[in-house]
Design a protein around this ligand. Sequence first.
Ligand SMILES: C=C(O[C@@H]1C=C(C(=O)O)C=C[C@H]1O)C(=O)O
Length: 259
Amino acid sequence: MRSYPALAGLRIGCVQYLNSKPLIHGYEGPVIFDHPSGLARGLVAGQLDVALVPTFEALRTPHYTLANDVGIACAGAVYSVFLAHRGPLAELRRLALDPASLTSVHLLQVLLREYHGVRPELLPLSAFPKEADAALIIGNQAIEFRQQDKDGYQILDLGEEWKRCTGLPFVFAPWLMRPDLPHAAEVADDLRALKDYGVAHLDEIIEAEPRDPAFTRRYLTEHIRFKLGEPEKAGIAKYRELLAKHGFITDAQTPLRFA
Ligand SMILES: C=C(O[C@@H]1C=C(C(=O)O)C=C[C@H]1O)C(=O)O
């Protein structure tokens, strides 16, 4: 097993979902696992040095360093981020949102406003299905929902919808480093090496998962992508443009810093 010397002693936060396992599987040091929005809060509060954090946080406060070439992304259907709804989107009135998400809650609102002309009232996830007619669900909970009886709900996969509307891949979460972290380049090298290790040891990850192995393999190879190259950066740029257009962020200009 390779060692990751630049990560030693850092406070590292990682998303607790299946989709992030290949990015952290090879690391034997301490890791704080949390929901995406919890990790964003930890990074903002200075409690974490490096964390796999919603893209939205990187755009809301563009002063972090992002690790190049690694992240949680998709290029088409992502499977685990979707709107469960009934009937036409144009008639959507009350939308329940998962508080664990920052990227997808804004992605959904941008897609609905920009491409469907709807602006539903927003409610907490607990309002679904009683008061809300639709819900945004992400992560492991989303996988569970899709694999149980969907109770007549239609699924709008946000990765697929983003691709249909923009032609681009979408990045849900990059690794962010706190702005004053020394050795950011070495830390980013180790994060890329960790991804390579995880991707090369997918069989181990799949075997350890209490899920159907064929599904897990398909999810981690065909739906979730771990690349953050030029096409993914074009997806981030388009997301940023739409977030600014719809008033969710104010700074659409500061160049993102990659290492
Ligand atoms: C693909 C997913 O992406 C996640 C969604 C996030 C968000 O919406 O803020 C953040 C991190 C990702 O791990 C998922 O939840 O299934």
